[in-house]
Design a protein around this ligand. Structure first.
Ligand SMILES: Cc1cc2nc3c(=O)[nH]c(=O)nc-3n(C[C@H](O)[C@H](O)[C@H](O)COP(=O)(O)O)c2cc1C
Length: 366
């Protein structure tokens, strides 16, 4: 079955992309993912001066299910790529030569200076990459240099920096949003005013993964100390789904959305398509499962399309959006459906009469 989708003029063999991070950290791993069947990739974020990027060890932390030990949340304090831009330029060229039909998006980040953003854009564009993703959203480390989410949290800066890039870019520009903001539509609309044609969401959520009760140190602990980091994996998916749906309902129709956050299988990916994502990106899922997870992603979406009678991925995009409403409207609909009695029966006064866990189960839909 044909899973291809054309987004902002870029033809993706399928809508599955590696998210920017360790899965796209050099040409070797990118090539391996295309060989495995991924439609595209957003490479690890690059900047002009890699020497300023110094990572720490350890830099990851996991939250596990109490019942099964499965990883449900993942925190990182990793920075952007620490590899020199010249090496990256060669690798971008080489990958595009070897994989002309797979989509390669360069993720870029720089300090607040027009000439730096424009120089980086020009250099990378010459290598033949298909598009740019502007990293306005890394929530830790880079912020100390006023980069990443330091820009994405301020819509005026988001608009200005996006316009610097789109002034010189001849290929599509996506802007990657931080979830560490009250209303994600504001920076998204600012990026669109600056010329972005796509919005990627979400980057990681600021978090502290835990505290070691033996040493009393917050984690991940580096030489006895810690900084808050970015949270990802399945625990963030409901927040990402909410933000993606708010974007899909709040930006002009011609703007594409690339959904990110906690996608681990085809079921998760389908939720993002249904809420308005034309492509999805996966980072932590690939770190935990390996690039072979693409087989299930493709097979699961194909099966869904056959079962539900969809003939293209595009047809699925945004299909569930019309079902969002207001609370007032839900109440009216419930009354109209003559279920007002059930509504009355679930008033707050009733809680004391039953065990709280039983009452919670009664009011849950899945
Ligand atoms: C270890 C790690 C490194 C990351 N590095 C980057 C990065 O360099 N640039 C970027 O835009 N996002 C980066 N991200 C964020 C991911 O691309 C993604 O937005 C986020 O993790 C949520 O998706 P996920 O749950 O599929 O990982 C990184 C995430 C992780 C876990």
């Amino acid at each position: 079955m044909d899973l291809s989708i054309t987004v902002n003029g870029m033809k993706f063999p399928n809508p599955f992309l590696l998210g920017s991070g360790p899965p796209g950290t050099n040409a070797r791993v990118l090539a391996k993912s295309y060989d495995a069947g991924w439609g595209g990739a957003v490479a690890k974020t690059v900047s002009l001066e890699s020497a300023k990027v110094v990572n720490v060890v350890p830099r990851y932390g996991k939250l596990r299910s109490r019942a099964t030990g499965e990883v449900i949340g993942f925190e990182n304090i990793e920075l952007i790529s620490d590899r020199p831009i010249d090496v990256w330029l060669d690798e971008f060229r080489q990958i595009k030569k070897e994989y002309p039909n797979n989509i390669l998006i360069a993720s870029i980040m720089e300090e607040y200076e027009k000439s730096r953003w424009q120089e980086l854009t020009r250099m990378i564009q010459e290598t033949g990459v298909d598009g740019f993703e502007l990293n306005f959203s890394c929530p830790h480390g880079m912020t100390e240099r006023k980069m990443g989410s330091e820009m994405g949290e301020h819509p005026d800066l988001t608009e200005e920096v996006t316009s610097w890039v789109t002034e010189v870019a001849k290929i599509p520009v996506w802007a990657k949003m931080t979830p560490n903001i009250t209303n994600i539509r504001e920076p998204a609309l600012a990026a669109i005013r600056g010329g972005a044609v796509g919005i990627s969401a979400i980057n990681t959520i600021l978090s502290v993964i835990g505290v070691d009760l033996e040493t009393l140190r917050p984690m991940p602990t580096v030489e006895g100390h810690c900084v808050p980091g970015g949270y990802s994996a399945q625990a963030v998916r409901p927040i990402a789904l909410r933000m993606v749906s708010q974007l899909a309902l709040g930006v002009p129709e011609e703007i594409s959305i690339s959904g990110i956050g906690g996608i681990e299988n085809s079921h998760d990916a389908l939720e993002f398509f249904l809420l308005g994502s034309a492509t999805v990106q996966i980072c932590t899922g690939v770190m935990l499962q390996g690039v072979k997870m693409i087989d299930e992603l493709k097979a699961g979406v194909e099966k869904f399309m056959v079962d539900k009678g969809f003939s293209s991925v595009q047809e699925i995009v945004g299909k569930s959006l019309p079902y969002f409403s207001t609370h007032m409207d839900l109440v009216q609909k419930m009354k109209a459906a003559k279920r007002s009695k059930a509504g009355e029966a679930s008033r707050d006064n009733e809680w004391a009469q039953k065990d709280i866990t039983e009452k919670t189960a009664e009011l849950t839909s899945n």
